[in-house]
Design a protein around this ligand. Structure first.
Ligand code: ZN
Length: 419
């Protein structure tokens, strides 16, 4: 197997910023030979499931890098690598088993776009901006390269900012008067300058990311909740249908079909609003929305309200003269959460296998409901049996002593039973 020997600078660029212990399946520590590319990956880089064997395709003695053209002096250090293309058994994502190239954070676009591409992008951006009300909004281009599309975004009527890791490209953009943040998306670490943005685009960049989920969660972190994005990648459906082996390379770690792109985005903080194939079948284009997180307010509100109701219900009963009817999971949780051991002498339950035992964690005796008839000292009972409450209350009213005060535990309050 051939080797690509990297210079010290390239090695540092490849390893800097990558955490030693990677959360999603692979480990990269100082001293790992990044030039050895065989079977770098044996688990899916998205979902960690095993990759299918045998591979979809295997390649030997291939160029190690597609975007580093060695100078004459570098020729002796330039070599070849072997790699395989594998499908994930679980999520279906197709991926190469090689390590990322040292410049995976940099956008390297071979040339400026053609006039046809320019027209296509202007029309596409205008439609996207119109459809999602983005006119005048702050849009981040993740991986902006030398600012080719930033210019078009500005022409389309949004306030465009670029995010680019390559220092030369950042300098070029700034020289052209285009605002650019130097960096790379990551779910951890410092937040991005100018964040949160109202929307983003990322064109032909995701397939280079060493860690898909960290990249996408990093993008999401730079957005306001519900922000809309445009994500584009090369179309693997076309590569597969046409059997195009020459499309595989170590620069592109991930080969998305429409379904695996959707799955990747939805697994990484986004909802997919639209997904289609564009540009002569070469590109998959997805419109996404940064998923809005859930709120904890509802749980807290219910908890506060119930705490007040329980306190009021039991404070009217002499301490230790109350019982809870029901030893189901909800009753056990309520006893523990609100410290009902302070008020309650026992728990009654009609399930014989619970009787004679104690409540888990809170250690109240579990007795037969007949104790409510036998022990006249018990003066109140909280019915905590969920959907069986009507049945239990009916029985309490008809078959148990009249002095018993009855409360029903509802999801967010205690309801008194008036005789
Ligand atoms: Zn997978």
């Amino acid at each position: 197997m051939g080797m690509a020997r990297l210079t010290a600078g390239q090695l540092a660029a490849a390893t800097s910023g990558l955490s030693c212990v990677h959360r999603y399946g692979w480990v990269w520590t100082e001293g790992v030979d990044v030039t050895s590319r065989r079977s770098f990956r044996t688990e899916c880089g998205l979902c960690c499931a095993p990759l299918t064997d045998p591979p979809l395709a295997a390649f030997a003695d291939m160029p190690a890098l597609a975007q580093h053209f060695p100078s004459e002096k570098e020729l002796s250090g330039d070599g070849r690598v072997d790699f395989s293309v594998l499908e994930c058994a679980a999520c279906g994502l197709v991926q190469v088993d090689s390590a990322p190239v040292y410049y995976f954070r940099d956008v390297i676009r071979a040339s400026a776009y053609s006039p046809a591409m320019r027209d296509f992008r202007l029309k596409q951006f205008a439609q996207w901006i119109d459809a999602y009300g983005l006119s005048g909004k702050r849009i981040l281009e993740v991986g902006c390269g030398r600012g080719e599309f930033l210019e078009l975004l500005r022409l389309s009527g949004v306030e465009a900012t670029g995010l680019e890791h390559n220092a030369d490209s950042v300098g070029h953009c700034r020289g052209a008067g285009l605002p650019v943040v130097c960096g790379y998306p990551s779910a951890a670490g410092e937040s991005l300058a100018g964040a949160p943005y109202d929307g983003f685009i990322s064109l032909s960049f995701l397939e280079h990311a060493a860690d898909l989920r960290d990249f996408l969660l990093g993008v999401r972190r730079a957005l306001s909740p519900g922000a809309v994005g445009l994500v584009e990648v090369p179309n693997f459906d076309m590569i597969y249908r046409s059997g195009l082996s020459a499309e595989f390379m170590t620069d592109h770690l991930w080969y998305f079909s429409e379904s695996t792109l959707r799955r990747t985005l939805e697994f990484s903080g986004f909802d997919v609003l639209e997904c289609s194939v564009i540009w002569h079948d070469y590109i998959i284009s997805a419109v996404v929305r940064a998923r809005v997180g859930l709120s904890s307010a509802g749980f807290a509100e219910t908890r506060d309200r119930l705490a007040g109701d329980l306190e009021r219900f039991f404070s009217e009963t002499p301490r230790g003269k109350a019982a809870v009817w029901g030893a189901g999971h909800q009753a056990l949780a309520v006893i523990a959460m609100y410290g009902l051991e302070r008020f309650v002498q026992c728990v009654v339950d009609s399930a014989p296998f619970k009787q004679g035992k104690f409540t888990p964690g809170t250690h109240l005796p579990v007795l037969s409901p007949s104790v409510l008839r036998a022990d006249s000292a018990l003066t109140s009972v909280l019915v905590a049996v969920g959907s069986y409450a009507d049945e239990v209350v009916k029985s309490l009213l008809n078959e148990y002593p009249e002095h018993l005060q009855i409360g029903i535990l509802k999801s967010d309050r205690v309801e008194r039973v008036i005789r």
